[in-house]
Design a protein around this ligand. Sequence first.
Ligand code: FES
Length: 162
Amino acid sequence: METRKSPTEDENAVVTRIIGKHRTRKGPLLPILSDIQKEIGYVSESAMVKIAEALDIPASKVYGAVTFYSLYATAPKGKNVIRVCESAPCHVEGAQGIVEALERTLGIKMGETTPDGVFSLEFTSCIGVCGVAPAIMINDRVYGNLTPGMIPQILAACRATA
Ligand code: FES
């Protein structure tokens, strides 16, 4: 049975527990990173240093793995994660205009999170709704047939429920 983070367990203790769970197995780095991402939501710099010390490997190796795999975040993400499809059909149908509208409306760049922690912006590959390109996902919800003019209203609706 999977052990879940308890409300009193701080991030440092979570990292220590996860390292202890995997350190003796073969190839412990990715399972450790995966569990930390799942439980905390990101892998902080201090967690990377702790992992490197525990596994006796260079911190650069841990950092390299975290930044190579897009499923790992290095900072907390916003409450609403906006994923913009950058695969060819969406690109052809105007994804760049959607990106610009999102960045302009939120005042952040792709890969960033708004200072209030409400929105994060990321790219993704095809989300399987190419028939309604250009498309984005906000958390689990898909928005398709988008135009830049639709973005402020969509974001306002998300913010209202944040
Ligand atoms: S290419 Fe964007 S949803 Fe498939």
